[in-house]
Ligand binder design. Structure first.
Ligand SMILES: Nc1ncnc2c1ncn2[C@@H]1O[C@H](COP(=O)(O)OP(=O)(O)O)[C@@H](O)[C@H]1O
Ligand SMILES: [Mg+2]
Length: 690
């Protein structure tokens, strides 16, 4: 097998090299020759060394079925067998929908929960799940923080992923070098951009995603369509850099990439090719021998045609209904039949025997190099980096806090002027309670406005966690601390405007308490929304669920219906005590009424100036529990914040574990394979495998 490990050094990337994409086409020929030489010059020694360092991945008779609810199940992969060795680039090709991404997901151990998988996947001869973070996976869709620039995104990622043993400068250098390697130096200070603001192009986003994943120089690299959105010259350079990653650190990598539409130059970079059609293997073997295999089965590649185009055209049956395109490239046999011939022919071919033999040798050979867990930055350092990154993101995303601040200020002015200057007379008792409950219900309720931005954050987090960049704890801590300054601002300015315009009880201590409760309520709503974000699949459902839950909590908080009048089962016990509004109302009411006196005017048969104390108002009118002080209410609110964040953390941690347990439960023993093979939805070819 050809190894991609180069035995001579490459010219160092320089600024002239950085402009390769513009010169592109002229340099391609020269570059191809260089790569061919690199591939040819490998020797057995380096290959053996590489195999010892690297990861051998073998998979045998892999079947994947997806359950479609009531419509039964559908076979996506059907008896796929193959291997990937260090120093080699395995390309998975096939028409869209043939199962390329599914195969990559299966090998990387991250299939969706509605799928079932059978067959044997071995890593260096061991049956072990690819633990989080042991391999790098560039997914088909780019999930990046849109407000960061390319440089920031890669730099933060380097700081998070690279171990503490590297200095900050070294990490920076690695990040800059990787950016140059991916030809992104011209876009380095451009924001990534997404919904709402235009940033770098789709192809550049693809390269940023690749950049972030290859920062750690992983030994096993999965790439799902890394060249989508790139022009042919950029595709070539990106693929060549990926293929020759090992040249710098002498570690040979195992690279598996799904790819469609490779140019001739890119095609020549592949060591092995796995050609799939509707989940079945049409060909597995050296890429260079694929055309020969097709030709020997009656599908020769026409002169002057790109071989990969020919292969894909021959096995694409998606457009069979169109009579003009009814035939495969040869114009003789319908495509379905052509695929059947090729699949059968491959099964009985010597090539298949060779693959089986290679798998047997690779799976017996215990290279002793088990899949080691990657070393990361320490948890403490990750928390600092994530806090910083999240802070910058919140600062730049107008929808996160800034818009809310403006609206809150407007609302505060409205509230302050509507309830302007509350004097100590009887009818203002109701007003005081109204303004306080408005602040602790509706103002805090609006904290769900930042939810869509948070959901975007969660998407990035989920992808990065899956790729093992950092853990759940670092994310929760980072997100909590980065939001605190904004929440302080959002509660301080509008809080002060409302408090002093309306003329609530004088005294700094009273204002401080009011501000603390407002801040805690905002934190609580954010925490509640985080829990919701970890459970519901999208932000529209999240906003509706969050609004519903808060609506119910407000209702039983003790203002709209007095505590003693709330129906006892469920609404009072336990809901009234679970709702944070209860403690917010009570705390704010105590803060406001205690120490005040209200002149009730002339009372029938009594004195002219009947006065009631704030304590009486609290006890008799609002039915506030006076057995404990307002500070206890605040302490309960703060305790709830901690509790909510811990619940969020536990949900994220357990979904990680539950997903893993479910996945290992669903990847059943070989006995099960037969049941699935006998699945009625399967094609007749299944029978032959059994
Ligand atoms: N979890 C799933 N549930 C149902 N169908 C799925 C699932 N994953 C993939 N599929 C289906 O399997 C087929 C192959 O998907 P995929 O592997 O993404 O194709 P490719 O990457 O080759 O374009 C598609 O038709 C897709 O709809
Ligand atoms: Mg895909």
């Amino acid at each position: 097998m050809a190894s991609l490990h180069p035995s001579h050094s490459f010219p160092k990337p320089s600024s002239s090299r950085s402009a390769v994409l513009q010169q592109g086409v002229i340099e391609i020929d020269e570059a191809i020759n260089l790569t061919k030489m690199e591939a040819g010059e490998s020797n057995n020694n380096t290959q053996q060394l590489g195999e010892q360092n690297g990861i051998c991945l073998t998979w045998k008779d892999v079947y994947v079925t997806a359950s479609m609810g009531r419509n039964g199940s559908r076979a996506i992969l059907q008896g796929v067998t193959g291997y990937a060795k260090p120093g080699q680039l395995l390309a998975i090709m096939g028409p869209s929908g043939c199962g390329k991404s599914t195969l990559l997901d299966t090998l990387a151990g991250r299939l969706g929960s509605n799928t079932r998988q059978t067959g044997e996947i071995l890593i260096n001869g061991h049956k072990q799940a690819l633990a989080y973070g042991t391999s790098a996976y560039v997914t088909q869709n780019d999930t990046l923080l849109t407000s960061l620039t390319v440089r920031e995104a890669v730099h933060y990622s380097a700081q998070l992923q690279l171990p503490d043993s590297m200095s900050k400068a070294e990490k920076k250098e690695r990040a800059d070098f990787t950016i140059r390697e991916m030809g992104l130096q011209d876009a380095i200070n451009t924001r990534i951009g997404g919904w709402g603001c235009k940033g770098i192009s789709g192809g550049q986003k693809r390269r940023v995603s690749i950049c972030i994943e290859i920062l750690t120089r992983p030994r096993l690299l999965f790439l799902d369509e890394p060249t989508s959105g790139l022009d042919s010259a950029a595709s070539y350079y990106v693929m060549r850099r990926i293929a020759t990653l090992g040249q710098k650190d002498e570690i040979q990598r195992t690279i598996i990439a799904s790819i469609h539409q490779p140019s001739t130059e890119v095609f020549q970079l592949f060591s092995n090719l796995c050609l799939l059609s509707t989940g079945r293997i049409v060909y597995f073997g050296p890429a260079s021998a694929a055309s020969e295999f097709f030709a020997s089965n009656g599908f020769p590649c026409p002169a002057l045609q790109n071989p990969s185009d020919h292969l894909l055209k021959t096995i694409n049956k998606d457009f069979d209904q169109d009579t003009e395109l009814d035939m495969n490239g040869t114009g003789i046999i319908p495509t379905e039949e052509a695929i059947g011939i090729l699949v059968k022919s491959y099964k009985s071919s010597e090539r298949n025997q060779e693959v089986q033999k290679e798998i047997a040798t690779l799976s017996k050979k215990d290279t002793g190099s088990k899949d080691k867990k990657r070393r990361h930055a320490s948890l403490f350092y990750q928390c600092i980096v994530l806090t910083k990154r999240s802070f910058v993101n919140m600062y730049r995303d107008l929808g996160y806090y800034w818009l809310r601040l403006v609206i809150y200020i407007a609302l505060a002015i409205a509230l302050g002027t509507v309830f302007y200057d509350l004097s100590n007379s009887n009818d203002k008792i109701k007003d005081r309670s109204s303004i306080l409950s408005f602040v602790s219900t509706f103002i805090t309720f609006m904290a769900i406005g930042g939810f869509p931005s948070f959901v975007e954050d969660m998407k990035v987090f989920e992808l990065e966690r899956l790729n093992g960049h950092y853990g759940v704890t670092a994310f929760v801590i980072g997100n909590t601390f980065s939001s605190v300054p904004y929440l302080l601002l959002v509660s301080l300015i509008p809080g002060a405007i409302t408090y002093y315009l309306a003329g609530l009880q004088n005294g700094y201590e009273h204002f401080l308490y009011f501000f603390c409760v407002l801040f805690s309520c905002l934190m609580l709503v954010e925490s509640l929304m985080m829990i919701i974000a970890s459970i519901v699949p999208n932000y529209l459902m999240g906003i509706i669920t969050g609004a519903g839950i808060q609506g119910i909590m407000m209702l039983v908080g003790g203002f709209f219906k007095l505590p003693n009048n709330i129906p006892k089962p469920f609404w009072k016990y336990p809901l009234h005590y679970v709702a944070f509004h209860t403690y917010a109302f009570q705390g704010l009411f105590k803060n406001e009424y205690q120490g005040l006196k209200f002149y009730m005017g002339q009372v029938r048969g009594g004195s002219n100036n009947y006065i009631i104390s704030g304590e009486e108002v609290l006890r008799n009118i609002w039915q506030v529990d006076m057995n404990y002080s307002k500070w206890v209410d605040l302490a309960i609110l703060i305790g709830m914040i901690v509790l909510y964040r811990v619940i969020f953390l536990v949900i994220l941690k357990t979904t990680e574990k539950v997903k893993f347990i479910v996945a290992s439960f669903l990847s059943v023993s070989p006995k099960r394979t037969i049941q699935i093979i006998e699945n009625p939805t399967a094609t007749p070819l299944h029978g032959e495998v059994v």
